[in-house]
Design a protein around this ligand. Structure first.
Ligand SMILES: [Zn+2]
Length: 167
């Protein structure tokens, strides 16, 4: 199944209608960044009402998502659900989505919030922590030149860096 509607038709349709405030992406970069997570990535045209449930190949029934987010999007017949989902994940800053998800995952796995860990270990040098974090991130799996971020990888990298302070 190939979608005939063009990427620019989809972004023009939606970004002339939705309130971009609170979304992970703004109109200028809507053809380059995923509308849910806001990361620069190859974008896939994603049906709002799935093709298999009678959704049409037209801009009003499509949004642009990265591959990861495309796997997680709601596949239901009520078209409002897609935008509820996209909007609920809106981040104020670019490239923070997976970091925020990683913090939630960290708390889920280790039973303490990431902030609690930082204060417990008196880690107050943010720049040093960030450098260590970036170094460890480079040792994770890469996918098309970008770190293959998911919440578990980000939480794992946070843990690896925190362990350096414990030892
Ligand atoms: Zn995404």
């Amino acid at each position: 199944m190939s979608i005939k509607t063009k990427v620019c038709e989809i972004s023009e349709y939606w970004f002339s209608r939705v309130d971009e405030c609170g979304l992970s992406v703004d109109a200028l970069e809507a053809n380059e960044r995923c509308w849910r997570c806001g990361y620069k990535n190859t974008l896939e045209k994603c049906h709002i009402i799935p093709d298999s449930l009678g959704g049409k190949d037209e801009p009003s029934n499509l949004v642009l998502l990265c591959h990861r987010c495309h796997l997680e999007n709601p596949n239901v017949t009520d078209p409002e659900i897609m935008w509820d989902w996209i909007r609920a994940y809106g981040t104020s800053f670019y490239d923070t989505f997976w970091f925020l998800k990683g913090m939630q995952e960290y708390e889920f796995i280790y039973g303490k919030s990431f902030e609690e860990e930082l204060s417990r270990l008196n880690i107050d040098d943010e720049i040093q922590f960030k450098d260590l974090f970036e170094d460890e991130l480079k040792k994770t799996a890469f996918h098309f030149g970008h770190p293959y971020l998911n919440s578990a990888t980000v939480a794992g990298v946070m843990r690896i860096v925190i362990k350096k302070y414990i030892i």
